[in-house]
Design a protein around this ligand. Structure first.
Ligand SMILES: *Cc1c(COP(=O)(O)O)cnc(C)c1O
Length: 219
């Protein structure tokens, strides 16, 4: 059943869009089933759960941390995490840099922006991100690589609101690309879209969708 769901989602993706299968709260056996069907990118939102699953599952899985990350937990995922989606402060980025250096790695990260109306969602404002990107301290970080931006739209039935929020994020992506990463081909990801809104997100330029419940069932 979950393989069927996975294949349905894959068939609906716009060309070039990457699917992150969001497996949070779901058992390792479900992940193994999708792995056997060819899926390699999985997303988790809790550090402990991510570490536990990393330890038991095949080592060529690409693990995406999609949820809020506390600085004091970076060390647990630094050796293996594939992409950190929700960097929302300079302090966190510094910590990722420090732990990446210890592992002799450069860790790919996305900057999370606050685009939703709800104030419960984490993320930079555009001004806050600019402020950080302008500092010498940011430029000096050697062990993190900013690969793009991420955001979550409002949880609402109003499609126009969701679409506008995704357009805002796409606009931030382009502004930041042209000001700070113009000659950096690594800065190319626009992580937006979940089960309820990934089709709208793809219409608005998403390169990476994070889909959980439509594949694994409700949590
Ligand atoms: C849980 C989660 C998702 C997936 O949500 P679904 O609605 O189950 O597809 C995507 N992104 C983030 C940041 C999440 O926490």
């Amino acid at each position: 059943m979950i393989v069927e769901n996975l294949n349905k989602i894959k068939a609906s993706l716009v060309e070039g869009v990457e699917l992150i299968a969001v497996s949070k709260t779901k058992p390792a056996s479900d992940i193994q089933t999708l792995y056997d069907a060819g899926q390699r990118a999985f997303g988790e939102n809790k550090v402990q759960e991510l570490v536990d699953k990393f330890e038991t599952l095949p080592k060529d899985i690409e693990w995406h941390l999609i949820g809020h990350l506390q600085s004091n937990k970076v060390k647990y995922i630094a050796p293996f995490v594939h992409l950190i989606h929700a960097v929302d402060s300079f302090k966190l980025l510094q910590e990722i840099n420090k732990e990446a250096k210890k592992c002799n790695r450069i860790i790919p990260c996305l900057l999370q922006f606050h685009i939703a109306q709800e104030d419960t969602k984490f993320g930079f404002s555009f001004e806050e991100a600019q402020e950080m990107l302008d500092t010498k301290e940011f430029v000096e970080l050697q062990n993190v690589a900013i690969h793009g931006v991420m955001g979550m739209a409002s949880f609402t039935e109003k499609e126009e609101n969701v679409r506008e929020e995704f357009q805002t994020l796409h606009n931030y992506f382009q502004l930041i690309k042209s000001h700070y990463f113009k000659f950096n081909p690594e800065f190319k990801e626009l992580s937006m879209g979940m089960s309820g809104d990934y089709k709208i997100a793809m219409e608005e330029g998403s390169t990476m969708v994070r889909v959980g419940s439509t594949i694994f069932g409700s949590r």
